[in-house]
Design a protein around this ligand. Structure first.
Ligand code: PMP
Length: 464
């Protein structure tokens, strides 16, 4: 399709678009980079400047930009049948083929997929699945859902209530009253100095159980967790965390929702993050990597145990009264199938494991003994460098210094896209699985230069 020539899209963007997570007044004045093209892990903006995308968009373009195979699958589906819905027993073929593929790849016991369009809407669906399931079992009081501080589950009302980041609650009067939060499994800040990993796990599991007991187990329906907390800081759980948590949940008849939106489809070097940490989900949320973001698609993967209750409830409660116009969209499913073919044919999960080990080693090498780095951590092809004012004892920067955002800005100047994560000064790295060794070296090198620039500035400002 020919785009109209001589249009200043950047001016239109500043004038007409209301951007997410953006300082709107600043943006209306100055705008930001406008990306017009992508190939592999490289983006090009409207001025012709290129960037290495060390974030795969928002942790999602896992097979990289410019994959013609996915474009072809989208086109073919669009000309054959662009849309039909899944309400009232109607169906289309690509979502059915995809659902089988997802269930077969998922952890044991998973049985069905309910499709949506975003991680947020899928997590809202999870909440309703939990409520419906418990109502059907004659336990309608089990409505509270426990999430974790620094967890990210999306921005729709239920999902945002589960998200454990203050910035997403402020100004909206949320969390809604069904949500509770427990401590993040972030050893750097949440364990006492010298506390062993095992003691930290015991503390976390104990606090979860105390909360369930305080609220009353008859009021608690589910616990939701990402295998690795992504947007909240790339927080890697301590060893034994999930088995200990699961024991508590089972004891109190509380379902486990595993939010695999970032980890799913290879990011940790395995098909799902659950495999890495011994997690046995009752419900699993997927999005992002299922299509590598070429088309929006999400899903709730439901275990046989939960499905049986929900299906049986039709007799007493009427049909499961929930669904979106775009539930099981055939074009999204076709894109997902092409994306999963690429991941399989090119062994990109193996590549994520291999390149991930390389990237984490290179980051540890470049940043490990930097005086302003408190921790380099990660798993598979996702990593974080957490910046601190002082290493011993670990001390945060004054948030008003905006250290991580400044590093991100300095990196952007050098043609590198990373992200500053909220709650502390953390830089994230989550490139497409097709990243090469040379690109990893370039990403790490530019990130180090950016940190050095900001370190010098802070030193000149007398902030160190
Ligand atoms: N869950 C997790 C773990 C996520 O990382 C995200 C998005 N970053 C979401 C849910 C929400 O997904 P979406 O932005 O597609 O609504």
């Amino acid at each position: 399709m020919a785009r109209p020539l001589n249009i200043d899209a950047a001016a239109l963007d500043r004038a007409y678009v209301l951007h997410p997570f953006t300082n709107l007044e600043d943006h209306a004045r100055t705008g930001g980079p406008m990306m017009v093209k992508g190939s592999g892990i490289t983006l090009t903006d409207a001025s012709g400047k290129t960037y290495l995308d060390a974030m795969a968009g928002l942790w999602c373009v896992n097979v990289g930009y410019g994959r013609a195979e996915i474009a072809d699958a989208i086109r073919e589906q669009a000309v054959t049948l662009p849309y039909y819905h899944g309400f009232s027993s109607m169906s289309t073929d690509t979502p059915a083929i995809l659902a089988e593929r997802i269930v077969k790849a998922a952890p044991e016991g998973m049985a069905r997929v309910f499709f949506g369009s975003s991680g947020s809407d899928a997590n809202d669906t999870q909440v309703k699945l939990v409520w419906y399931y418990n109502a059907a079992r004659g336990k309608p009081g089990k409505r509270k859902i426990i999430a974790r501080n620094r967890g990210y589950h999306g921005v729709t009302l239920a999902a945002a209530s589960l998200t454990g980041l203050e910035g997403l609650h402020k100004g909206f009067g949320i969390p809604l009253d069904f949500a509770r939060h427990v401590r993040a499994p972030h050893r750097l800040w949440e364990a006492e100095p010298g506390m062993s990993e095992a003691d930290f796990v015991a503390r976390l599991a104990g606090e979860l159980e105390d909360l369930i007991l305080a609220e009353g187990a008859e009021t608690v329906g589910a616990f939701i967790a990402e295998p690795i907390q992504g947007a909240g800081g790339v927080i890697v759980p301590p060893k034994g965390y999930f088995p200990a948590i699961q024991e508590v949940l089972r004891r109190h008849d509380v379902l486990l929702i595993v939010d695999e939106v970032i980890c799913g489809f290879g990011r940790l070097g395995t098909m799902f993050g659950s495999e890495v940490y011994g997690i046995e989900p009752d419900l699993m949320t997927i999005a992002k990597g299922v299509t590598s973001a070429y088309v929006p698609l999400s899903g709730c993967v439901v275990s046989q145990r939960v499905y049986d209750v929900i299906a049986g409830a039709g007799r007493t409660h009427g049909p499961f009264g929930h669904g979106y116009t775009y539930t099981a969209h055939p074009i999204a499913a076709a894109a997902a199938l092409a994306n999963l073919d690429i991941i399989e044919n090119e062994n990109l999960i193996g590549a994520a494991a291999e390149r991930g080990a390389q990237m984490r080693a290179a980051l540890a090498d470049a940043f490990g003994d930097h005086p302003l780095v408190g921790e380099v951590r990660g798993e598979g092809l996702v990593a974080a460098v957490e910046l601190v004012a002082k290493r011993e004892p670990a001390t945060r920067f004054d948030p008003s210094l905006k250290v991580a955002p400044r590093v991100i800005k300095a990196a952007l100047k050098r043609g590198l896209i990373s992200r500053a994560l909220p709650s502390s000064d953390t830089l994230a790295f989550s490139p497409p699985f097709v990243v090469t060794s040379a690109e990893i070296a370039e990403i790490v090198g530019r990130a180090r230069e950016a940190l050095d620039e900001v370190t010098n500035e802070l030193s000149t400002e007398g902030a160190l």
